[in-house]
Ligand binder design. Structure first.
Ligand code: ADP
Ligand code: MG
Length: 241
């Protein structure tokens, strides 16, 4: 479903991703781990078509994703409907004046009838347990509430792939447990999950596979999640622990 072939990326001068070769199948739950600055967020931005490989290519369902392809409005809409991105910073994702409209935004953009929009919003409010927040201004919510609303607004499009960039950051333990259970539920309902995280203990049972990014901006290990996080020497060597 997702394929990186010899992907190389840089912003200005410094290399940010080198020799990235990864393939992710439909229905997988994959964790991205690695020190700050190793390129995890950039990898996720390429998955979502926000940045593009400078060399090599990234394919989604066999189609190469590049800026030219996304200029095609129809293709672009379909791609962004299929791949949902929960930003690390919820403030960058929330812009409506109330939670209901925030979650309804994507479905309305898709041109769905207001009745269908309403059904989706209600489902997502319930799924994220934020029904009581529907009238609130997203801007004034707590960090944990913002994260839930951001996830609800992405899930309202019913994407096949859910990409999350450090969703547990700044979230309290109860919120982290909620997110963990949600990811398990979504994955068992068939969604592909790709998520960067430092919260190993909270995401146990979610992921089958880990991609480990190093300070040299390459993937140094692509392995069973539990084998990786139980390999203390490895984690210490790569400054992950
Ligand atoms: P991670 O998510 O693993 O912490 P990032 O992908 O955010 O890593 O960043 C990788 C490197 O790219 C870092 O050195 C970071 O400073 C740099 N970087 C990230 N975004 C930008 C940007 N928009 N412009 C220039 N450099 C950037
Ligand atoms: Mg990051």
């Amino acid at each position: 479903m997702i394929e990186f072939k010899d992907v190389y990326f840089k912003y200005k001068n410094a290399d940010v991703l080198k020799n990235i070769n990864v393939s992710i199948k439909e229905g997988e739950a994959v964790a991205l781990i690695g020190p700050n600055g190793s390129g995890k967020s950039t990898f996720l931005k390429i998955v979502n078509g926000i940045e593009f490989a400078k060399k090599g290519k990234y394919c989604f369902k066999g189609e190469e994703i590049n800026s030219k392809k996304l200029e095609d409005n129809k293709f672009c809409k379909l791609f962004h409907k299929n791949v949902g991105f929960v930003f690390q910073n919820s403030d960058a994702q929330l812009f409506c004046s109330n939670v209901y409209d925030e979650i309804a935004f994507g479905p309305r953009q898709m041109g769905l009838k207001e009745e269908e929009v309403n059904m989706r919003v209600e489902d997502c409010l319930k799924l994220l347990d934020v029904e009581d927040l529907r009238e609130r201004e997203p801007y004034n919510l707590s960090g944990g509430e913002k994260k839930r609303v951001a996830i609800a607004s992405v899930l309202a499009l019913n994407p096949e792939v859910l990409v999350l960039d450090e969703p547990m950051n700044g979230i309290d333990p109860k919120g982290k447990r909620f997110l963990k259970d949600l990811m398990i539920k979504l994955n068992s309902s068939g969604k592909t999950i790709i998520c960067s995280t430092h919260d190993f203990e909270y995401v146990q049972d979610v992921f089958k596979r880990a991609l480990v990014f190093s300070e040299e901006h390459t993937i140094v290990r692509d392995d069973d999640y539990n084998s990786v996080i139980n390999d203390n020497d490895f984690l210490v060597h790569y400054n992950i622990k």
